[in-house]
Design a protein around this ligand. Structure first.
Ligand code: HAM
Length: 421
């Protein structure tokens, strides 16, 4: 056992699995960039009140899971548990909403939630997120959802489903909430569940216990009580998704863990992950700008994709996305003079954009060739004293074992033509 280990619930990513991690992150950010989302780099911690007000005091995230501490100046700060509140804060602070709308932003990185660690549930979790702020257009809701769907599909993921619903708006939700609360408090529920019904009645609809599911089978559903404008918005989102070829399942009981959602709300669920099946989710948050002190009442929509869980989903499906090996070329110098020459060759190849690793530590031919195989390289370059005297170098194709001696001065062109053939 090593003396130190990573903090509980925090994964390390290292080769080769870290290549999957990067592939997931890049597939999702690339999909966002293709739709015109610009990169935003957010602070890792913010003033605690931003999350308390933005995410909602009654949520588990705020009431139980925040990493909050006083800095040396006595300010209360919190490691970001999610990205939306920080993006909205930055948009307000820098007046980005005074420019072209919608403001379309994309971010990635670690977030922190003090949850009970288990498979797929970490205390440091990684997300790729997008936010589109300032235009209330159902086509934008569909775009955001389609970006996530495209990212997953490009990775080769197939075993996921998109759950979709509408949580209504300020004209219909308060009335529905009261109706649901009345219904729930009329049931014979245990006290903690009754308490939840008082604080956040929608959460009770998401209860996984079969007795609660049975008792709430006839509960009123938000989707049946949408205002005309919220219903029209939802109809249009569905029509746009149909046009984009994005499949979805209407789940009127979908409940999210954050309080800011209005209207379109969604979650991507993967079957291969057990209890922690949510690989990404998001929705509209039309009141958040105002709630965080924005002068204008601007709408917003976005998603957060769980990178860790998407990596697990790929593994569960047996999909390998990491691609080729660590490097394209592996250099094997035999002897000090050959090593000096090979260091220069490696530098020249790297300058030309070719990835190269070397056998370091004066290894004998056999051990060095084993390292070459393990590197996943396509080609090995072998340089001994005899070759050096003749100003030649051996190029071995590690996929078929073919070997050829070429002039040392021609090595770049020779390597290049083999890599592209
Ligand atoms: P969220 O649903 O809380 O939404 O998190 C998004 C995704 O992050 C989840 O679907 C899940 O894949 C991943 N995730 C959350 N907690 C953990 C954890 N403890 N361990 C591993 N993965 C986790 C948000 O954070 C919103 N900010 C998304 C959003 C953006 N809504 C609108 N815009």
């Amino acid at each position: 056992m090593s003396e130190f280990s990573a903090p509980k619930g925090i994964p390390d990513y290292f080769p080769p699995a870290s290549a999957d991690f990067l592939a997931v992150r890049n597939a999702l950010t690339d999909a966002a960039h293709r739709a015109g989302y610009g990169h935003i780099e957010l602070p890792i911690f913010e003033e605690t009140a931003l999350f308390a007000r933005g995410v909602g005091e009654s949520t588990d995230v705020v009431s139980k899971e925040m990493y909050t501490f006083a800095d040396r100046g006595g300010r209360t700060v919190t490691l970001r548990p999610e990205g939306t509140a920080g993006v909205v804060r930055a948009v307000i602070q820098h007046g980005l909403d005074r420019g072209q709308l919608p403001v379309k932003l994309c971010y990635s990185g670690p977030f922190f939630r003090y949850e009970r660690p288990q498979a797929g549930r970490y205390r440091q979790l990684q997300q790729v997120g997008v936010e589109a702020i300032g235009v209330d257009d159902p086509a934008l809701d569909a775009e955001v959802i389609a970006i996530a769907d495209e990212g997953y599909r490009r990775l080769g993921l197939t075993g996921y489903r998109l759950d979709l619903t509408s949580l209504g708006d300020e004209t219909c939700r308060p009335e529905y909430r009261e109706m649901l609360q009345e219904f729930l408090l009329g049931l014979d529920l245990d006290e903690p569940t009754r308490e939840r019904a008082r604080i956040n009645p929608l959460r009770v609809l998401d209860d996984k216990r079969s007795e609660v599911r049975e008792a709430t089978a006839d509960a009123p559903l938000m989707l049946d009580h949408l205002s005309d404008s919220a219903r029209e918005h939802f109809e249009q989102v569905k029509a746009h998704l149909d046009r984009l070829g994005v499949q979805y399942v209407i789940n009127p009981r979908l409940v999210r863990g954050l309080d800011y959602y209005t209207k379109t709300t969604f979650e991507f669920v993967h079957d291969g992950l057990g209890a922690q099946s949510g690989i990404g989710g998001g929705g509209r948050y039309d009141g958040l700008m105002k709630q965080l002190g924005g002068k204008q009442e601007l709408s917003g929509i976005g998603f957060g994709i769980g990178v860790d869980r998407t990596v697990l989903a790929l593994q569960a499906e047996g999909v390998s996305v990491a691609g080729a090996g660590r490097v394209q070329v592996f250099g094997v110098p035999l002897g000090a003079a050959a090593k000096a020459e090979m260091v220069g060759v490696a530098g020249a190849l790297r300058d030309a954009g070719i990835s190269v690793d070397l056998a370091y530590g004066d290894r004998a031919l056999k051990g060095a060739m084993k390292a070459a195989d393990r590197s996943g390289a396509r080609l090995a370059l072998v340089l001994g004293e005899r070759e050096l005297d003749e100003r030649t170098i051996e190029i071995k194709d590690l996929t078929n074992g073919e070997q050829q001696s070429v002039p040392l001065d021609d090595v770049l062109a020779q390597v290049r033509s083999r890599l592209t053939s």
